[in-house]
Design a protein around this ligand. Structure first.
Ligand SMILES: [Zn+2]
Length: 104
């Protein structure tokens, strides 16, 4: 086994943070929703907060066979409606809720 000197690799450029240039790039900005695509986010934001709350607490769970609260949900637009996909706060099972668009 001889000396196998490591070739210096120039990967320092990716670590510019040391001189105060904290320009970190986050490809996906944090939102209140876990996985809202932009369209779904603006759809959701257009709903009054108290209505949002009512919608989230008024989701049918097939496992519990009663109304439940949807948690850990994400949203996407389907045919002009907002589709919320998440989990039941009670049993953790998958639940979904469709919220009709204002033009529907
Ligand atoms: Zn449930």
């Amino acid at each position: 086994m001889g000396h196998n000197r490591a070739v210096p690799v120039l990967h320092e450029e990716t670590m510019d943070l040391s001189n105060g240039v904290a320009q970190t790039i986050y490809p996906i900005p944090e939102t209140t929703m876990s996985e809202f695509i932009p369209n779904a986010q603006s759809f959701w934001n257009a709903i009054a907060p108290h209505t949002q709350q009512r919608l989230l607490e008024n989701v049918w769970c097939a496992h519990c066979r009663e109304q439940t609260t949807i948690v850990d949900f994400s949203g996407r637009i389907e045919r002009g409606n907002l589709l919320l996909l998440g989990r039941c706060a009670t049993c953790g099972g998958n639940v979904a809720r469709v919220i009709e668009g204002p033009d529907a």
